[in-house]
Design a protein around this ligand. Sequence first.
Ligand code: RFL
Ligand code: PHB
Length: 392
Amino acid sequence: MTVHKTQVAIIGSGPAGLMLGHLLRQAGIDAIIIERQNEAHVLSRIRAGVLETVTTDILERLDLAGRMHAEGLPHGGVKLADGERLIRIDIEGLTGRTVMVYGQTEVTRDLIDAAPGRGLEIIWEVEDVGLHDIEGDAPSVTYTRDGVEHRIEARFVAGCDGFHGVSRPTIPAAVARPHEKVYPFGWLGILADVPPCNEELIYANHANGFALASQRSLTRSRYYIQVPLTEKLEDWPDDRLWDELALRLGPDAAAHITRGPALEKSIAPLRSFVFEPMRHGSLFLVGDAAHIVPPTGAKGLNLAASDVAYLSQALIAFFAENDHDAVAGYSDKALARVWKAERFSWSLTMLMHRFPDDGPFERRMQVAELDYIASSEAAQMEIAENYVGLPL
Ligand code: RFL
Ligand code: PHB
C-alpha cells in the first residue's frame, strides 16, 4: 500500500474537480485529483457550450482565460423559435451582460494543460476508488492503479465524480434527500465542421419536437433534436438528421444551414436531480455528483462552477483562519443557487419540448407562454437574467 498525504483529495477530473484543484493550489492548499478515465477520454467528451460569468470569472482568476478570449464568442442574445416566428431575447440589452460560447472540451483542456506547471497532480486511470472515515476529520480515499494499492490521507474529500460516481452513494441513506424528475425523451446531438446557421443560438419548439442550433466557433456547429429514448443512433444517418433539423428550426434558419459529416453523434437522456445535503462530515459533493439539470438552460457546467466558487472560498477560509462556519455553510449556500437553476432549466424544458402525454390544453399553454414572452419585456427579462446566470 502506497500512502499519499494531502489537504484535499479530489475525486474526478471533470470541470468541477479541475477548477477546484486549481483554485486550491493558487491559495497554497495541497490537492490531488484522481480520475477513473485516461486524459484522452476526458478530452474527447463533447458536452456543454455556453459559459456564464461565474465560469469565465474562475478562468480569469486562474489567469487561464487567454485562449477563451481569443477563440470564444461572446453572445448578447438568444432566440426562441415558435413555428414561423423567431423571438429574440436581448440578453445584453436587458441585463448588460453576455454569455461566452466556448466548449467544455476547451475549458477542460486549458485546465489540464496548466496543471503540471502549478503543482496540481492528476492521477489518471485509477480503479476501485473507495472513501473511508468521511464522518471524522481524517478521511481517506483508496484506489488501485496498475495493480498497486494506494491510499490518500486528507483533511477533506471533494466528490467531483459526476452523476455515476462513487462519492454520493457513501452518504448514509438516513441523511440523504434525493429529488428526481426523468423526462420521457433524450437529445440527439451532432457536431460538424460547418459554419453555424445563425450568429446566435436558436431553441425551437416544433410539432416533431424540440431542436437547438448551437455552435463552438465560426466554423464548428453543434445541433440537437429531441428524440424518444427508444431511438438508436443507427436510425439517424447524417442526412436524416440534417433534414429533421431544417424542418424543426424553421425556414429562416434552414436556409442558412450548411450540412457536413458528423464529427460526433450521441444521445443523452434528460433528467432533473438534486441531492441534499451537499456535505456530509468531511465529504463535499460538487457539480454533477450532487445535481443534474436538463441541458435546455445550458446550466450544468455553470452550476459546477458556482459550487466550486463557494467551496474554494470555504476551504481557503478553513485552512487560513480555521473557519469552520464557512465549511458548514457550503451545502445550504450552493443549494440555494442550484434550485433556482433547476427551476429555470425545468421551465424552459417544459416550454420548448413536445411531451408524448400532452393534450391540446398543454399545447395551448405553451403557445400562450411563447406569445406572452414575445410581447412582454418583463417576460424576456426573466429569461435573460436566468440565462445569463444569477449572481453568486
Ligand atoms: P463530469 O464532467 O461528469 O466529471 C466527473 C469526472 O469524474 C470521473 N469519475 C471518477 N473518477 C474517479 N473515480 C471514480 N469512481 C469516478 N467516477 C467518475 C469521470 O470520469 C469524470 O471525468 O462532472 P462535473 O465535473 O461535475 O462537470 C459537470 C459537467 O460536465 C456537466 O454538468 C455538463 O457537461 C452537463 N452536460 C451539458 N451541460 C450543458 O450545460 N450543456 C450541454 O450541452 C451538456 N451536454 C452534459 C451534456 C452532460 C452529459 N453527461 C454527463 C452524460 C452531455 C452529456 C452526454
Ligand atoms: C451546446 O452547445 O452544446 C449547448 C448549448 C446550449 C444548451 C445546451 C447545449 O442549452
